[in-house]
Design a protein around this ligand. Sequence first.
Ligand SMILES: Cc1ncc(C[n+]2csc(CCOP(=O)(O)OP(=O)(O)O)c2C)c(N)n1
Ligand SMILES: [Mg+2]
Length: 469
Amino acid sequence: MPDDRLRYLAELERKILWLASWTVHNANHRRESRDGMKVGGHQASCASLATILTALYFAVLKPEDRVAVKPHASPVFHAIQYLLGKQSREKLENFRGYGGAQSYPSRTKDIDDVDFSTGSVGLGVAITAFASMVQDYVHAHGWAADRPKGRMIALVGDAELDEGNIYEALLEGWKFGLRNTWWIIDYNRQSLDAVVHEDLHTRFEQLFAAMGWELKVLKYGKLQEAAFAEPGGDVLKGWIDTAPNQLYSALTFQGGAAWRKRLLDDLGDQGDVSRLLERRSDDELAALMSNLGGHDLASILEAFESIDHDRPVCFLCYTVKGFGLPLAGHKDNHAGLMNEAQIAKLRSAMAIRDGREWEKFEGLGVPPVELDAFLRQVPFAQGGERRLHAGRIAVPEELAWPAQKETSTQAAFGNLLNEIARGQSEFSAHIVTTSPDVTVSTNLGAWVNRRGLFARDAVRDLFRDHKIP
Ligand SMILES: Cc1ncc(C[n+]2csc(CCOP(=O)(O)OP(=O)(O)O)c2C)c(N)n1
Ligand SMILES: [Mg+2]
């Protein structure tokens, strides 16, 4: 059954790709206060995630979900919030300027409902696992009984997986029985400086399986799957599966004619597959070869919406860095910026008239009223403010514990917490200590003995059961 949402989502995908590109372009080339200083921005990193973010924010996410956006995709995030009415044009025009929308999503400086600040790669990934554990803690204490649990979702640049904290978080999650966590890897096989190692995906696959995660690989889009089903399609698929990352990137950058030449050199005169290639124009061939799973809305929706459990899931999504832009696939595209001629070409491809670059519904293939109605019913945008505020808890003016003339700071710390733990106050019930394996040496033993340790499921203490002093 055709999915009605795809019509609107495809238009929104185009729109956010444009707005993100234009936001960066405007900051670098147009802003009146330009003083010749470098501004920068990451149009290619944005394009890599535009399809996935479209599917998430405009269809899959619920208000209770929380998202850590890949730092360099910040402009796409701001574009989405702009369309949802939560970001202002003024802030976009002042992107990377004082008071403008931030280069990397910021909870404190941005106005558009950022869930996790990101920027230092890797941290935004790991924090979602800990956020999920905190959510379990809060629910287990009955403090959020009126709220559904949300999914903690990280959009992960493939080079973020170079960061060691991610593996500590994975192991911690395994120990804890992690739930409600999705990591969506933007597998464009490019980092900042380079094309990533061949075959990294098999390492990731084994790692996530070892940690008890479900792994979903989104490698081929629907166009590719349809082509594989044609006579000779299996040969093309075999070529794609064995093509080195660098070659795939280089051909993506070069476009349809280069694809044809290389594919015919490698596969020519093999009967059916040659005709499969001949049936397509250069543009169609380029579209086919870049139709990877992470750029196919239907495949992405299917994958996200097929998850019917709360175990952690890793989606390994094949993407193209710079998808849909003239920067696509180039190994040095990380901080690459389109020039005036390139942005003008993109603008006309997007059917956007001069001077209407910021208009939300300009150049789209569906009537504005329909798109507006679609945006109003987006599940993520229902339910009002998403940011929660904790109630205030009374803190005792003083504790019964007598001041001592001389003591060590460690002993004082332990004694203070022990004193607080004595009463069943709201205050003591809301303190959580997270001592990284130094409970004894930081003098927290007494506190822990009174308050207990937290786990999702009951754990027996055999030393206590056997009355071992
Ligand atoms: C801790 C840390 N180290 C290094 C950087 C510099 N840096 C910025 S982006 C990036 C990698 C970008 O590659 P990837 O995560 O694959 O994202 P892509 O742009 O390819 O989507 C690096 C190393 C950083 N922001 N934070
Ligand atoms: Mg990358």
